[in-house]
Every structure is written in C-alpha cells, then in structure tokens.
Ligand binder design. Sequence first.
Ligand code: NAD
Length: 331
Amino acid sequence: MVKIAFFDAKDYDINSFNEENKKYGYEITYFKNKLSSETAPLAKDHDVVCIFVNDLVDKETLKILQEGNVRIVALRCAGYNNIDLDNLPGKIKVVRVPDYSPYAVAEHTVGLLLSLNRRIYKAYQRAKKYNFSLDGLLGYDIHGKTVGVIGTGRIGKAFINIMNGFGTNVIAYDIYPDEESTKTLNFKYVSLDELFKSSDIISLHCPLTKETNHIINKESMLKMKDGVVILNTSRGKLINTKDLIKMMEKGKISGLGLDVYEEEEKYFLNDMSNSYIRDEELSILLSMPNVVITSHQAFFTKEALDGIVSTTFSNIKDVMEKGGSVNEIKK
Ligand code: NAD
C-alpha cells in the first residue's frame, strides 16, 4: 500500500484527492501544516510527501525525509523553486504538475488588469453602499497599449493570446525565445531593457530562479515608463518589495496586480483575518488605492484542480510502479 503524507491540506484538496483516490486506494494522511524541517518527521515511513507552493523543502528537510524512507516528493503545482534540488538525495524523486491549466493563470492575470484599469474593485464596494457616482473611476482602454510579457512559456503564451484579442501591441522577453510561436501569436521578442522601456503594462510569467530573483527592482523600475502597470501572477520573489513600495510611493507605478507576494508563505491561502500578526510591507501595499492583491488563487479553477489531482496521482503511480515519470524534475 502506497502511503502519502499530504501537507498544507485544505478542504478542497482533501475532497478532490479523496475522490480520485477511489481509483488508487492509496493511504493518505492529511496534515494542515506546511512541510518544513520542523514538520518533516510527520512523514516518517510514508512513501510520498505531497506538497504545494509554500512548503519548504530545504537541505535539512530533505535529510529528514530521506531518513524517514520517503521516496517521492510530489508537487501539486508547476513551480519548484521551493525545493533545494542541489541537495536532493539520489533516492528521492521529485515530480510536479507542469501543465494543468495555463488558461486559469492567464485569465486571472487579465482579471487583475481589468480590475485595476476600470477600478472594478472600487466600483463594487461603492455600489454595495448605494454610491453610484463615477468620481475617481476613470479608466483607460487596454486596446492599443504596449504589453510586455516576461516569460513566454505555457502561461505567458496563453496571456499573449488573450492580449492579442484586446488589440494590444505585445512585446516579450524570454531567455529561450520560441520564435515559432511568433508565427501563430501576434508578438515580437525584444531585449529585457527594451521591454522595460516600452511597456505600458508588464506581466511576469517566468519561473523564480537565481536569475529572475528580484528581476523587478529599483534599477529595472527606473527604466520603465511613468505610470506603468505591473502584474505578477508568477512568484513573489520576482519583485523586490521594498523597492516596489518606494516606486509606488513616488507615483511611478499606476497599478499593481499581485497574486503572489515575496513573503506570502505565512499568510497566503490562510484566513488571517483574526490574527494580530501583520506583515508590514504587505499591509502598506494593501492600503494603497491602486493595488489589487489576491491570495495565490490564479490556478484555482475546477479544470486546473482536476488536472492537478489526476496528474499528481499518475506521477506517483509511475514512479512507484515504473521507477520514473515524465514529470520528474532532475537536478
Ligand atoms: P513554463 O515553464 O511553461 O514557462 C516559463 C518560461 O519562462 C519559459 O519559456 C522559460 O524559458 C522562461 N524563463 C526562464 N527563465 C527566464 C528568465 N531568466 N527570463 C525570462 N524568461 C525566463 O511555465 P508556465 O507554466 O508558463 O508557468 C510560469 C510560472 O507561473 C511558474 O514558474 C510559476 O512560478 C507560476 N505559476 C503561478 C501560478 C499561480 O497560481 N499564481 C500557477 C501556476 C504557475
């Protein structure tokens, strides 16, 4: 019997994984805690740990997992920046869900943009109070604007496709440009500096790596147009939050849409409304009138969740029965 220790379990995870598990009959123990070196002993004698975006699998955690006979780390997400692959013991395999629904994330990114540019978040709250005035709600057409996309993988391309429909001028930067895709989608590759200089709207769709950590910082923001809109539905650490707040306070950025935040681990995906613990920088951003923040929910559609569940189980089955999976991450 395959034993799975499932960390950072939410009710929606438990319901959907239990349903799919009827096909597999694995033994799943759900833990509300995130995986870290402190909680890793809970996984002792389980074959698999199943984790999400904010579980931390560092060197110490890997050591404890190995000593506890864990053989698979199954990520139920695409990004894998939270795993210290350099210290991955040979006996542990890491699998992920690379492709559950790029549309979910791309569409949520557009949702943030529309909310920002037409002040829908403000209008919604006003209308609730029977205030139907338009003062302060003046927006702008997205049509005709230059949209800069950093990272043209699955999600970046899905986002470009939607932006094409809006009639925008799309420019993009990727360390591995996919020139073929410029034949089917309407965009062109430019240098990162050119993208910073020319974009009215910048959307981040690259993974978090050593190179992309703080790709948005004081220096890069100074290169941007005054009044630029920044959207981040990728990973919080792509943006240097301290620098971002300074630039927001100077009025450099006219709109900020975040689904991820540099220090989100302690807060996002949890109801913290009754807690006195507050993150100072997050609180500053939340207090600003031109900021919309969602809690790492861009992936959260029924289709994406179904894809995550079915791929996670098939990844585990492939490694347990065949010794490997197409979705394995190598060092
Ligand atoms: P992908 O692997 O298909 O595409 C990533 C692209 O980024 C690739 O084309 C790659 O070449 C490019 N890239 C890598 N390093 C780069 C660099 N230094 N500069 C510019 N481009 C670079 O991944 P994807 O499925 O499109 O997902 C992108 C990211 O979105 C994930 O890594 C993850 O962090 C994030 N994500 C967020 C959510 C959410 O719910 N908010 C959900 C899924 C994924």
